[in-house]
Design a protein around this ligand. Structure first.
Ligand SMILES: C[S@@+](CC[C@H](N)C(=O)[O-])C[C@H]1O[C@@H](n2cnc3c(N)ncnc32)[C@H](O)[C@@H]1O
Length: 483
């Protein structure tokens, strides 16, 4: 056992379940501490190569005892008793998953147990980062204290995508409108072979499997394909309305699209991931089947997944390209250099950029110093980026092309009463409206799709109310057409 400085400890959101901290528990612990109670030591691990502010640093990570640590801090203690999991320090980069699992294991056995939602999140995080599929469903089930079947249901779509064979990649890219010549280059085969696969691959059994009562997760696993492609094949030829119905999404008739949670079937778990329903509604109202959609900052790929299902063609780019998403091509947008990565003219640009500095740290992890995410830009530079992007887009697209621009109000409201906010630091939808108008685009619609306010705990809300802090959950899709 050792005494560690409370200020030296790191709560890593990857290692310790994000949703795992309960204000209620911290409050109870604070009361107990004040009444003289003693607590068992927390569990920590010293590591090196821990990513922080663009550097690799040494850190002491909390594996177990976030509530005790929070309560000690709140009571003004400077140190806390701790035991170390492994005689450290160990390399964070190669031990990320064992650390996550050790933390999960500690949480299984006491106090605030992990909820099934936390366990599912952990299983999905591990499956996503474990691209070699080294962790079997059986091993994960054992570590998380659930049956193997449950883990199968949680991660089968991720595993299917990781194991997707060449035919599946070819089918996916072809349905997104990729030329056979390009597909051949990406999968490393001849154009003739690509044509053969497109014409001869038969997934006709899907309906049989459905009539035998198999669900879509089973079917995706059976063909070793991602869920989006499995849905696309199942719904092929149906009308957009029928597709909404079969996907279980109520079709909204008004310009208020409230979807608190992402539909986990589509898009990868990605910082800033958006609900697939927002994309589907935009496609429904502003495109027709076979139209071409450009997704300049594709992130987790939810736009291409929805395009696949709704039979729109799609071109996606991001500075973070990766193996399991062959449709997302690497492109670093720097409109100062005037480069536009495609000659094809889209019918719709679905543009979901980082919302100013929100999630800056997450995106920084995906970028590098020479090609930083625009979320690390200062305000003026960030606005200038859009001005140049919209001007460039105006030159490169068709007369009838529309932009669907998704962004959120950003105000400096953290710890600041509404009357004292510095409006010079804010960027709101009005600013984007101004920039679009200035660069030759006419704003035609504003659709409200607010972020959920449920992320705030009761305590946090109370504190905001006491200080008259006005939070913001505003998020809108602005539709603009060329003028
Ligand atoms: C809000 S996320 C997109 C999320 C996506 N719609 C989803 O649901 O998963 C914004 C993306 O912009 C990318 N990005 C930021 N700056 C960029 C740049 N200059 N060039 C290319 N991509 C950039 C980031 O890597 C990030 O994936």
């Amino acid at each position: 056992m050792m005494e560690v400085n409370i200020a030296d400890l790191t709560w890593s959101p990857f290692i310790y379940p994000r949703g795992g901290r309960s204000e209620e528990t911290v409050k109870t612990y604070v009361e107990a501490l004040r009444a003289g109670a003693t607590f068992p030591p927390i569990k920590v691990q010293r590591v090196f190569n821990y990513p922080k502010d663009n550097e690799k640093v040494e850190a002491i990570l909390i594996l177990d005892g976030i509530h005790r640590w929070s309560a000690f801090k709140e009571c003004g203690y400077k140190t806390i008793a701790a035991i170390e999991w492994k005689k450290g320090p160990i390399d964070y980069e190669i031990n990320q998953i064992p650390l996550l699992l050790e933390s999960a294991k500690c949480n299984l056995t006491h106090g605030d147990r992990l909820s099934p939602r936390d366990k599912k999140r952990i299983a999905r995080d591990i499956a996503t980062s474990d691209t070699e599929c080294a962790w079997t469903e059986e091993a994960l089930a054992q570590k998380l204290g659930v049956i193997q079947q449950t883990v199968n249901t949680w991660i089968s779509d991720i595993r299917a995508r990781q194991k997707a064979g060449r035919n599946v990649v070819i089918t996916r890219l072809s349905r997104l409108g990729w030329a056979q010549e390009w597909i051949a280059q990406v999968v490393g085969t001849s154009q003739g072979r690509v044509a053969q696969i497109i014409n001869n691959t038969n997934f006709g059994e899907i309906n049989n499997l459905l009539s035998q009562g198999r669900d879509m997760n089973y079917i995706a696993g059976h063909y070793q394909m991602d869920l989006a492609l499995a849905w696309a094949l199942r719904l092929e030829g149906k009308t957009d309305q029928e597709k909404f119905k079969e996907l279980g999404w109520g079709l909204r008739t008004w310009d208020q699209w409230n979807f608190n949670n992402c539909d986990e079937r589509f898009g990868d778990d990605w910082p800033g991931r958006i609900p697939a329903q927002l994309v589907a509604h935009t496609l429904f109202y502003f495109t027709r089947p076979d139209d071409l959609v450009l997704d300049p900052m594709a992130g987790g790929g939810v736009v291409s997944d929805v395009c696949l299902i709704f039979e729109r063609r799609c071109q996606s780019f991001d500075l973070a390209a990766r193996e399991n998403r062959p449709e997302i091509m690497y492109h670093y947008w720097d409109p100062q250099n005037g480069q536009w990565p495609t000659a094809k003219k889209p019918d719709l640009i679905f543009f979901d950029p980082p919302y100013f500095t929100k999630k800056e740290k997450d995106y920084r992890g995906k970028a590098n110093d020479k090609t930083p995410s625009i979320s690390s830009y200062p305000r003026e530079h960030y606005e200038e980026f859009f001005e140049r992007f919209f001007l460039l887009a105006h030159q490169k697209v068709k007369e009838t092309t529309r932009i669907a621009f998704l962004n959120a109000d950003w105000r400096d409201f953290q710890s600041t009463p509404a009357l004292k906010e510095n409006e010079g630091k804010a960027i709101t939808i009005f600013d984007y409206h101004r920039i679009l108008s200035k660069t030759g685009w006419k704003v035609t619609h504003r659709i409200e799709c607010p972020l959920s306010s449920e992320r705030m705990s009761g305590n946090e809300v109370l504190k905001m109310q006491e200080k008259r802090i006005l939070g913001t959950v505003g998020r809108s899709i602005i539709i603009a057409k060329r003028c």
